[in-house]
Design a protein around this ligand. Sequence first.
Ligand SMILES: Nc1ncnc2c1ncn2[C@@H]1O[C@H](COP(=O)(O)OP(=O)(O)O)[C@@H](O)[C@H]1O
Ligand SMILES: [Mg+2]
Length: 112
Amino acid sequence: MKLIIATIKPFKLEEVREALTEAGVRGMMVTEIKGFGSQSGHTEIYRGAEYAVNFVPKIKLEIVVPATMVDQIVDTITNTAKTGKIGDGKIFVLDVEQALRVRTGETNEEAL
Ligand SMILES: Nc1ncnc2c1ncn2[C@@H]1O[C@H](COP(=O)(O)OP(=O)(O)O)[C@@H](O)[C@H]1O
Ligand SMILES: [Mg+2]
């Protein structure tokens, strides 16, 4: 299993969620965050305004998937979240050791 951490532009959340559901993702965590990348947020546009501060609002997605699905899911996020403008976000992929569904005791891929 792998954990995909992706930052996306907030207005892209619904479109990305729909595409991920179609791609077979059954659960995810969504957090409103602030962050910055290589431009330190200085030149980013958010809701029509150029951000003059260091931190720009983003959505962070955390998605645990079977390792065999990673490439497809990363592609889905990339294709859906991309505007071609700065601040489109980043995707990180990490190993996951264990998963457990509390209600049933199912483990690992069965728990996803
Ligand atoms: N090296 C990093 N480590 C962790 N989070 C990052 C990193 N780079 C970017 N991010 C997160 O991704 C968001 C979008 O980054 P983005 O501006 O698209 O990156 P860049 O300017 O480097 O191309 C940032 O607001 C931040 O939350
Ligand atoms: Mg940037």
